[in-house]
Structures are given as C-alpha cells and as structure tokens.
Design a protein around this ligand. Sequence first.
Ligand code: ADP
Ligand code: MG
Length: 249
Amino acid sequence: MQSRVVIVGTGTNVGKTHVAAALIRALVSRRRGVVVGKPVESGVTDEHASDSALLTDAAGAPQVGPLYSFAKPVSPHRAARKAGVVIDVGNIVLWVAALGGELAVIETAGGLHSPLSEIATNLELVRALEPTALILVGADRLGTLHDVRGCMLALGPLAARTVVVLSAPEQVDQSSGTNASELIGLGWTELAITFPRADQASAGTTLAARFLADGIEPWLPPPAPHDDLLPGVSRISPPPITLRTPQPS
Ligand SMILES: Nc1ncnc2c1ncn2[C@@H]1O[C@H](COP(=O)(O)OP(=O)(O)O)[C@@H](O)[C@H]1O
Ligand SMILES: [Mg+2]
C-alpha cells in the first residue's frame, strides 16, 4: 500500500522543491521504498535541471516524469491549453499510484490554488491523491501568515495532517524568523518548521529536514524492516524533536 506525502505551496517559487528534496534525503536515509514525482511541471527548458530531476537526484533514483511537462513558464492550465492538452486529475492519481513504492513524495506545481485545468486546481488534485501527510511550504516573509491561513482553511479536514514549512527567502524582512511561532501562537497550525537559507548539503538544511521527517512520521505507517541488519540488532532512531503548540495548562 502506497502512502503519500504531498508538497503544496502557498505560491510558486516559495521553496517547495528545496524543502521536498531535503525531506526526500531525510526519508531515504530512514526508509526503504521511497519514490518521488512531480506530475505537472511548466517552465521545463532543461529536463536535467527540472524540479523532477532535483527530486529524483535527492532520492538517488532514475528520473520519472513529469506526466505533464511544458516548456512555457506559465500556469500549468495555460501551458496545457497552449499545448492542446487537458491536465486530468484522475490521470495524475493513476500515474502516482503506478510509481509504486511504500512512500511517494509528490510535489505539486505552483500554489495550492493554481489552476490545472478549467475545472481543477491543485486543491482538487490534493484531495484526489488522499495524502497521508501534507506539507504546506511558504516563504518566511511578510504576507505568509495570510497565505498560510488561507491555504489551511481551504484544506479543511486535510489541515489536520498538514505541517507548515517556511523557507527562508533571499531577501529577509522584519517578519522573517517570527512567522512560524506566530502561526503556532495564533492556533493556525500545530507544527511549523523553518528552513534556513542554505544549500541542500548544509547542516542547517539537513537538521530542518530531519525535524520535518519527525513531524510527519506519526501519520506514516512504520518503515519496512531493514533486512540487512544482523539478527538481534535493532535500529536506533534519534528522538523526535518537534515544535508543537503548547497545551493550555
Ligand atoms: N531555504 C532555502 N535556501 C536556499 N535556497 C532556497 C531556499 N528556498 C528556496 N531556495 C531557492 O529559491 C529558488 C526557488 O525555490 P524552489 O524550491 O524552486 O521553489 P518552488 O518549488 O516553490 O517553486 C530555488 O533556486 C531554490 O534553490
Ligand atoms: Mg518547485
């Protein structure tokens, strides 16, 4: 049975791929059977530098997809219309299922409300994918409180299995560094994790990705046992460190 972690954004260019790639690295180091995919991608001029390639690199797997790939750097529904293609949510669900694996990490294109077609946005796609866990990525800058709140309300019941991640923007502002704790203080999310402005290999990114993997772990089925361990030797996992809303005393 395939579990699904779906990465959505408050918008485009907020850090979805950056966070997804780091999370994939963290998950692959703990679990077997991690598969990755970006079913819809626009602005693909060099497939080796695409989001799809970055995700598969992180997983150490051969590149799969995207199912719908467009060169035009515009909203998927416009790129599809121009190409004479209709992006079909049902097809995407079948494509994701066909990736197999125990745990699929799927990055959506653009923001949660970005249109995929005349009748569907990423919100409809997310619902159809029936995610085990959702990661809502936004940039840690002014405006993100509004954007995250809007997305969480739209997600409805799925918000209960959503972790918010704020990725450090190139240009920080007065709100940067405060937004995660504000979101928790306002009661708009239970768990918010910030990613530093740093490359994939940095200790800060690796640590943030571990926190994120710990944050979604309770929703995931237990990892399949490692069959290469010696009999009688058990794996020791680091204790989960997560940032949660303090319970009222
Ligand atoms: N926390 C971060 N640290 C360093 N670079 C980042 C970070 N977040 C995003 N970026 C960079 O910003 C750009 C946009 O991020 P990306 O992950 O591609 O956004 P999205 O997938 O939401 O469109 C990329 O060049 C990415 O490497
Ligand atoms: Mg991306």
